[in-house]
Structure formats: C-alpha cells, structure tokens
Design a protein around this ligand. Structure first.
Ligand code: FAD
Length: 311
C-alpha cells in the first residue's frame, strides 16, 4: 500500500508527487495518460520562468523529475471507483479498470478536465492549426487576425472581450436565441466596435486549406440559411468538463459542474483525500495553477499523514 496515491498524471498530479516523495512518503501515481492535456498542447508561453516550451516536452520533463524521486508511476492505469476509508488514518481503496485495487492512507485526486468539442467536420483536423480552446494560452497567436468564438455563456463572452483587444475582428456565435452570459459582460461585449454577435447560429463546419483554418459555416437555426465566414481562428468555448464521473458514488462532494470541491489547502470533504488542478473548483484552469494547487495538495496530504496514525 501507498502512503500517498495520486490519481492523474498531469501537471497537478506530477507536482503533488514530487512534494510528497520529497517528504519521504511512499508515493504512487496512477494515470490514464501521463502528461494529461499537455500531450495535446503545442506551444506554451505562459509558464513563468519558461519562456517557451511544448506540451509533450514539458510532460517528458515532468516524467524525468518523477523518475528521479522514487515515485511509483503506473501509466495507462484508469481509476473507475473510489472507496474512502471508514475512519481517519484508515485505508482508501481505488479500483482500476483492469480490476486491480490500490490502497493508500491518503489520496490526491488530479484527473483534470477535457474541453467539450463541437463535434463538427474540421474541428479535429485543424486543432492547434487555428482551432483553439484556451484564450489565455493561444490568444496572442491570432494578433490582428479574424476569429470566431463559439459559445455565448460567460466563458465565451469573456473570451470574446479579451480577444477583441488582440485580434482584428471577433464573431461570437451562440446556438441559443440569446446570450447566456451575465448582463454586465453582454453590455461590455456590445460596446466593442470589432465584434459581431450571431444568435441562433449553429456552426456546421470548420473549413481550411489543408494546413490551417480558413473559415467556418454557420447555419441560421430559424431560417435554415447557411453563411460562410472567412477567418483564421476559431475558439471553442462551450464548456470544460471535469474528469470526475468515476467519483459519482464515492461520497466526494462535487460542484454543480462536477468539479471536486476543495478548500484553500486542497482538502476535499473526506479526511485524507485531497484534490488539485482542473478537476477541482479552483478558479483558473492553467498549468501554473495546476502545479501550484498540486503542491498545496501534496503538503495537505503531508499534514494529514503526520497528524493521523495508521489504523
Ligand atoms: P490534466 O492535464 O487534464 O491531467 C489529468 C490526468 O489525469 C491525466 O494524466 C489523465 O490521463 C488522468 N486521468 C483522467 N481520468 C483518470 C482516471 N479515471 N484514472 C486515472 N487517471 C485519469 N494551460 C496553460 O497554462 N498554458 C497553455 O498554453 C495551455 N494550452 C493548452 C492547450 C490545449 C490544447 C489544452 C487542451 C489545454 C491547455 N492548457 C494550457 C490548460 C492546461 O493544459 C491544463 O490547465 C492542465 O493540463 C491541467 O492539469 P491537470 O493536471 O489538472 O489535468
């Protein structure tokens, strides 16, 4: 059994593991895919201290650091169920997809999240070639260009306001007949001169020239008319889904969006179980934040272990 078992091997889980291993605790990581979202990321330019890196390179660097710290890494290992310890100091049990059961005195849950996809032709083909999901990350790549933001909820409208400062023109496309963002954001959006808002618009296709995005097709859901918009970028902002379905019957408290509810020390509602990164209620879903909350959760688990004798 482990003293600390980390479920998820993205930047959050890797950071937690380095912290608990360096405290001398027997630490394991079980990850469906080590590196997590980093494996799908090209350029990273907002990680302080690292002017430029690429997702797979950062993932390799984290893997090397994990290997240098006596951490038992189980890659391609998906957790399907969590059974919390009955009492403080007891053993938690995590069942894996292959039927194995891993036991640990403390757990750190860092299973991350996934962007909800539009699911239209061209989206997968042009991902990272004009199709983007993170305005904080990729906004500057579209300086002066024409882009669309898909989604008129808070994240879509915030993204449009943010991007309008950098890009040449923004078309915001909402599927519903009205925007769902807070009124104050909508007012700000409408005041911008380089933004067009389309409502009742269904994006049916993202088109490209074989290497990069060149436009999209949007269908008016009332008239059925289709319109082609020429542009260089598409930001899909229709939701970030936490990978927490496997915790459904565990007793871990989740928010209405399925995020693991954590306090300032990364503690969940259950003793000895901590969480970090995009899977949690932490406000910003970014690498530096995932790493920071991972460190906090690791130190939280450390506090718990030194205060609770094994039972
Ligand atoms: P993740 O990276 O999602 O890792 C989750 C881990 O948990 C993975 O190992 C996964 O396989 C594993 N897992 C999931 N479910 C299970 C399960 N049931 N059992 C076991 N393991 C499981 N952020 C930036 O700061 N800068 C950027 O430039 C940037 N660019 C991005 C570009 C793209 C295309 C994407 C998708 C994201 C980008 N982000 C960027 C966001 C950043 O990648 C995330 O905030 C960060 O990876 C979150 O780290 P995490 O460890 O919480 O989760």
């Amino acid at each position: 059994p482990f003293e600390v078992l980390i479920i998820g091997g993205g930047p959050a889980g890797a950071a937690s593991a380095v912290y608990t291993a360096r405290k001398g605790f027997r630490t394991g990581i079980a990850a469906e895919r080590f590196g997590g979202q980093l494996q799908d990321t090209l350029g990273i330019e907002n990680l302080p201290g690292t002017s430029y890196t690429e997702g797979p390179k950062l993932s390799d660097d984290l893997k090397k650091q994990v290997a240098a710290n006596e951490i038992d890494l189980m890659d391609l290992a998906r957790a399907t169920q969590l059974k919390p310890a009955g009492e403080a100091g007891g053993m938690h049990e995590v069942t894996m997809a292959n039927g194995a059961v891993l036991r640990a005195r403390s757990l750190i849950l860092s299973t991350g999240a996934r962007w909800r996809n539009l699911g239209v032709p061209g989206e997968a083909e042009y991902r990272n070639k004009g199709v983007a999901y993170c305005p904080h990350c990729d906004g500057p790549l579209f300086k002066g260009k024409r882009i669309a933001v898909i989604g008129g909820g808070n994240s879509g409208v915030e993204a449009a306001i943010d991007l309008a400062k950098i890009v040449g023109h923004v078309t915001l496309i909402e599927f519903d007949e009205k925007l769902r963002a807070d009124e104050v954001l909508q007012r700000k959006l409408r005041s911008l001169s380089n933004v067009e808002i389309i409502i009742s618009g269904q994006t049916t296709e993202i088109t490209g020239d074989g290497t990069r995005v060149s436009g999209l097709v949007v269908k008016d859901r009332e008239s059925g008319d289709e319109r082609r918009i020429e542009l260089e970028g598409v930001f899909v902002q229709i939701g970030l889904v936490p990978n927490t379905e496997w915790l459904a019957d565990s007793g871990i408290e989740l928010s209405q969006y399925g995020e693991i509810i954590v306090d300032a020390s990364g503690a969940t509602n259950l003793p000895g179980i901590y969480a970090a990164g995009d899977a949690t209620t932490v406000k910003d879903k970014q690498i530096v934040v995932a790493m920071g909350t991972g460190a906090t959760a690791g130190l939280g688990a450390f506090d718990y272990l030194i205060r609770n004798e094994p039972v």
